[in-house]
Design a protein. Sequence first.
Length: 32
Amino acid sequence: MLNGFGIPGTIITVLTLIGLVFSFNKLFRKNQ
């Protein structure tokens, strides 16, 4: 899957996943 994007696509995917994780952590903390 990542082979089609190359290195730039992989970096964007990783940054996007990290962003989603931080967003979920913020929402989870607010709910508590």
